[in-house]
Each structure stands twice: as C-alpha cells, then as structure tokens.
Design a protein around this ligand. Structure first.
Ligand code: GDP
Length: 332
C-alpha cells in the first residue's frame, strides 16, 4: 500500500534536510494524477521554488548497450568522491536501467556512495505517458534542487520522443556512443546532432590505435553540417572507458567550460526560460486533460460514444468531435 501523504511542512522540511525518503515521497506526489495530490504538489512546488534553479541539468542519451548505466555509475562516483558534487540521477523511460532497479539492487554499483545522501537515484515515473513525463520530471528536478543536489543527470534510452523531452529539460546533452554503432551517420537522421552538446565515444579500452581519431573526425564532419550551436560552443567529441573509469575528468572539464560560456553569453538563461515556458505549457495541457476527463457530462458522453462505436454509423473521429463540442460549448 502507498505510504500516506505527509503535510506540506513535513514534505518541505524533509526535502530541505535532504531526507531522501521524504524526497522520494515528494516525487511520488508530483507524479500523481489525483486532483488532491495535484493540489498538494502545487503547494509544495510553490514552497520549494525559491530554493531551485541552481543545479546543472545534464541529459544522457544513447542506444541500449553503449554503456549508459556503467557510465552514469562511474561518472557519478567520480563527481561525488572527487569533486564533492551532490548528484541526483533520474530516468525518464520505463525501459531504462535506472528504473529496472539494477542500480539500487546491484550492490557492486556505486558501492562507495550508495546509501550516502550525496547521491540520489530515482527510477522513471512508471505509468506516466510521455507528455506527462516532461512536467513531472521538471518538478522532480525542482524538488532535487531544493534538497541540495547540485547536479542532475536525466537518462533516456534515446528512442523517439523521450530524447526531445530530455533535451527540453536539460542544460547540457551528452550523446554516448561506441565505435561501430554507425551513429555518426544515423545520428544525423535522428536529429541528435542538432541537439547534442557533447559526443562521448565509450568503451575506448576496446579501440585500437587510430580508430578513435577516425571516428572523432567523422563525427566532427557530421556536426559541421549543422549551423553553429545557439550555445556558442562547438561540440567536442571525447573518448572514455566507463568500465575502466578513464576519461571522466575531460568530460567534466568540458561541462564546466560549457557552463562558463553559456552563463556568460546569455544562452543558459534563455534555455532555462524556454524550459519554464514548456513547463507552463505541459502543466496547462495536463490540467485541461484532467478537467475534461473529470467532468461528469463529458465522461458520460465519452462512455456513451464508446458504446456506439460498434455501430457502423459512428466513427471515432465523429464521436471525438461530438464530445469535444460539449467541452467547447462551455467556453462560448
Ligand atoms: P546501457 O544499456 O547503455 O545502459 O549499457 P550498460 O551500461 O548496461 O553496458 C552494456 C555492456 O557494455 C555491459 O556489459 C558493460 O559492462 C559494457 N561496458 C560498458 N562500458 C564499457 C567500457 O567502457 N568498456 C567495455 N569494454 N565495456 C563496457
């Protein structure tokens, strides 16, 4: 059974004190669809807002098998232990390893930091459709920031829409790949090259001689097909071995250099404003949908037309339009 709701003060105080179990419950609250929870979530977000916005939000995407989980484990350990940066890891697809429980369940992973409040790992929001993921993940990031996390990593397996969501939510997008994946060619098609801020070729320990340099040039050529980035910073291609924990320093240096550039040229703020607008839009869409489906008359009409679908004379488009007219009539 789900744990009972806490009071606003309990959520707020717990989060401010980096109590990870309260933080988890706060996230469950912002993911909830129930109107009562939404009301409480709204209050909670208002309370935490003054304590948010200070983290760096990083997205990590890449095909299954390129080493995202291994990379995140190693990189987060490096950040927490070497750089003393409190880090939160969120996943947005149900298929991600974070949500599969392997990070939490497998004791050998991040063993030097698991259990410490310097790292927080949150599985993906099960049961939320992708449209809802954007708003809920944004609110989750805010709660993590209020809890003192200075860096937030959002992981996606990078299929379809989830990549756009992660790009819309973060300040810096890392595309993880490996030699032989053909991503330097396919990446163009999938639109990754336009959104990515850093390409990391993982499993460098398996690469021979000049393979990386060749791959780096191929990526650079592919990246040059696109106009300059709005960030004002060129996209680097770095190598790393997540398994042997080699290459993290260069990646962190790149993120730090990027942060200085984008905070200096206004891009950071522009991007954050873009994120806020999207949050408004997603929240509005979520509210409208909830309103529609909770309205008795609309609910009844929808059920009525669902029954009529078996009748050849009513097609789904017609039914949807008739139900929508009821909604529209309320605003005329
Ligand atoms: P994900 O599906 O992208 O999350 O990939 P995983 O992290 O599960 O890694 C897939 C496989 O690649 C696992 O067997 C890892 O041990 C292996 N792997 C990950 N990083 C490296 C690396 O840097 N070098 C080598 N040789 N193998 C790696």
């Amino acid at each position: 059974m789900a744990a009972p709701r806490l009071t606003i003060d309990q959520y707020f105080e717990g989060i401010k004190q980096t109590d990870t179990s309260v933080l988890s419950r706060g996230i469950t609250l912002v993911e909830s669809k129930s109107p009562k929870d939404r009301e409480l979530a709204f209050e909670l977000i208002k309370r935490v807002l003054p304590f948010t916005g200070k983290s760096i939000r990083i997205g990590i995407t890449g095909s299954p098998g390129v080493g995202k989980s291994t990379f995140i484990d190693g990189f987060v350990e490096y950040l927490v232990n070497e750089k003393k940066i409190k880090t939160a890891v969120l996943a947005i697809d149900p298929s991600s390893k974070v949500s599969g429980g392997s990070i939490l369940g497998d004791k050998t992973r991040m063993e030097s930091i698991v259990g410490s409040h310097d790292v927080f790992i949150r599985p993906s929001p099960a049961g939320l459709e992708l449209g809802g993921v954007g708003a809920a993940t944004f609110e989750t990031m805010l709660l993590c920031e209020a809890a003192g996390y200075e860096l937030i990593i959002v992981e996606t397996v990078g299929v379809g829409q989830s990549e756009t969501v992660v790009n819309d939510l973060t300040d810096f997008l890392i595309f993880l790949t490996i030699a032989g994946a053909g991503d330097e060619l396919q990446g163009i098609k999938r639109g990754i090259m336009e959104t990515v801020d850093l390409v990391v070729v993982n499993k460098a320990d398996t690469l021979e001689g000049k393979t990386f340099e060749k791959l780096r040039l191929n990526f650079k050529n592919a990246l040059h097909l696109f106009p300059g980035k709005a960030s004002g910073r060129e996209v680097s291609v770095l190598s790393c071995s997540a398994l042997q924990k080699i290459g993290f320093e260069k990646i962190w240096n790149e993120i730090s250099a990027f942060e200085i550039v984008v905070k200096g040229n206004g891009h950071f703020e522009n991007n954050r404003m873009h994120q806020k607008k999207l949050w408004l839009q997603k929240t509005l869409e979520r509210s409208i949908l909830e309103y529609i489906y909770q309205n008795e008359e609309i609910k009844n009409q929808k059920e009525y037309f669902e029954k009529l679908l078996s009748d050849q004379n009513v097609n789904p488009l017609e039914a949807a339009s008739r139900v929508f007219n009821i909604f529209k009539s309320r605003f005329q």
